[in-house]
Design a protein around this ligand. Structure first.
Ligand SMILES: CC(C)(COP(=O)(O)OP(=O)(O)OC[C@H]1O[C@@H](n2cnc3c(N)ncnc32)[C@H](O)[C@@H]1OP(=O)(O)O)[C@@H](O)C(=O)NCCC(=O)NCCS
Length: 141
């Protein structure tokens, strides 16, 4: 089950922050309070968070900021389901595009994005400590 996280989902927020500690060094509530564009799709199994996409919904486009599935839940189509949900949201809202940055050695993520129609549109040299970042876009129009 996928939910659109909000500030009242206190238990899920705590669960996410404890499972993805290295990502949430800024708290999710803080993010909600100070960033009007931030949104989270969270994949729950038995009411526990096992994966999420954090994205910015910026007027007519979406930028994926973070996309993670717990290692023990990977390769079970959870990441795909989250991406599919994001694409549905983009279509429903008639958005222009979805964009993201990915390390160019992250073959699995690049495979997945390509599978859902994202195309490489630019390269940011040495973006990740000597590793290039690919800027990928899925055009929605
Ligand atoms: C990227 C990530 C979110 C994908 O989530 P997931 O739930 O494992 O993804 P899915 O199970 O839906 O799909 C994985 C696909 O990659 C394929 N795959 C697995 N390992 C692969 C590899 N080394 N190279 C290429 N493809 C690979 C699988 O076969 C599957 O493809 P299929 O559905 O066509 O069979 C997850 O692996 C993750 O959290 N990675 C660490 C964080 C990360 O890299 N995030 C992205 C940052 S841009």
């Amino acid at each position: 089950m996928i939910i659109d996280l909000n500030e009242d989902d206190k238990e899920i927020i705590e669960d996410l922050e404890s499972k993805f500690k290295e990502i949430f060094y800024v708290s999710i509530l803080n993010d909600f309070n100070f960033n009007p564009y931030t949104k989270y799709l969270v994949y729950l199994v038995d009411d526990k968070a096992v994966g999420f996409i954090n994205y910015y919904f910026i007027y007519d486009r979406i930028e994926i900021v973070n996309f993670n599935v717990l290692e023990e839940f990977q390769n079970q189509h959870i990441g795909s389901s989250l991406l599919e949900e994001l694409i549905i949201i983009s279509k429903y809202n008639k958005l222009l595009n979805i964009t993201l940055e990915v390390r160019e050695d992250n073959k699995k993520a690049i495979y997945l994005y390509s599978k859902y129609g994202f195309k490489k549109v630019s390269v940011r040299k040495n973006y990740y400590n000597g590793i290039d970042a690919l800027l990928m876009e899925k055009e929605m129009m």
